[in-house]
Design a protein around this ligand. Structure first.
Ligand code: DGY
Length: 330
């Protein structure tokens, strides 16, 4: 019997590709070429499934050009690169990798918040440039993190993991805004308090964005929101670049209307807005929130589990463990 054909669109762990080869005819991408839309369309011809990452965009036109595709498996928890409605309309399953990256991504978010708040990249650049000649009482003076107010916009798994770090490790007061309130049993151990977005913006000393990106959350933090924040506050974004109006952010940072920012994600990544690059008071990392070896491996394995189950192999055949659009299964 012919085995299903699948595409692994980016270079991933060879062991995971080998695991897929036990079930499928696999076309992989050891050169790690980032396919253009045309190349992706060509490579998907005859394929039943695709193992993708955030760099591949899946929409209705692409699916129409690749009618044999039955499942797209994202190796990421965020899935703004997938038009979910277009998938569902064509009975194509879509999956992501929730859960396995929560703690690692929260670690990075917290580190970036601290780096921005305590001016660590700026201090390192100063030192490496040979400019450190003496101690002075106000050198790299910065806002405290411990005991301050942590604001979290988007209180899903990662938001809660950041809240735990702040409340239990750093004695921070936790405020959050989310479409829905957490169960009291989740709020209580953190003394986390739901507030409206305006209160969050006005009261947070350190605001962290962890909400999913979509047309509805585009530029959730723009000039009007920045204007409500304390000039001593920091903003950290580990969600998606499009959550923030980067030009407005750069202007607020330049004019001292916001103390600092920590950014792991960018609107046009891997291109970074030159206005941000020109500023000292921004800590920048290249979208590495989930980048620990164990977590990336777990993400790849989960994406593979999804692909194997969706195409009718393995113990969970038929129902991928992290299916985003269960309506396609009727
Ligand atoms: C995610 O999982 O959404 C991350 O941002 C991808 O690295």
């Amino acid at each position: 019997m012919n085995r299903p054909q699948v595409l692994v669109a980016r270079k991933v762990f060879p062991e995971v590709v080998e695991r897929l080869r036990a079930h499928f005819e696999v076309e992989d991408n050891p050169q790690d070429t980032i396919y253009t839309r045309e190349q992706l369309t060509a490579r998907l011809q005859g394929k039943s499934g695709a193992f993708i990452t955030g760099s591949e965009r899946i929409d209705g036109a692409l699916l129409d050009a690749c009618p044999q595709v039955r499942v797209v498996c994202n190796m990421a928890v965020g899935y703004n690169n997938i038009d979910l409605a277009a998938c569902s309309a064509r009975q194509v399953m879509a999956t992501n990798t929730p859960g396995v990256l929560t703690e690692t991504t929260a670690d990075l978010g917290f580190a970036l918040m601290m780096a921005a708040a305590r001016r660590i990249p700026e201090g390192e650049r100063f030192l490496r440039a040979g400019r450190w000649t003496r101690w002075s009482y106000d050198m790299f003076i910065a806002p405290d993190v411990h005991g301050s107010t942590l604001g979290i916009l988007g209180m899903g798994r990662i938001g809660q993991a950041i809240a735990r770090r702040g409340a239990l490790g750093f004695g921070m007061k936790v405020l959050y805004h989310n479409r829905s309130r957490l169960e009291p049993a989740l709020e209580a151990p953190l003394a986390a308090r739901w507030v409206d977005k305006r209160t969050l913006l006005r009261q947070a000393d350190h605001l962290v964005l962890v909400l999913p990106y979509s047309a509805d959350t585009h530029h959730t933090v723009a000039a009007a929101e920045l204007a409500q924040m304390k000039p001593s506050a920091t903003l950290t974004n580990i969600g998606r670049g499009g959550l923030v109006d980067e030009d407005a952010l750069a202007q607020a940072l330049r004019e001292g209307r916001l103390a600092a920012a920590g950014l792991d994600v960018f609107e046009g990544e891997p291109r970074v807005n030159p206005a941000l690059l020109a500023l000292e008071n921004v800590a920048l990392t290249p979208h590495i929130g989930s980048a620990s070896l164990a977590t990336r491996r777990a993400m790849a394995e989960l994406a593979a589990d999804n692909l194997i189950a969706a195409l009718g192999c393995g113990p969970q055949a038929g129902r991928p463990p992290s299916l985003l659009n269960p309506e396609v299964l009727g």
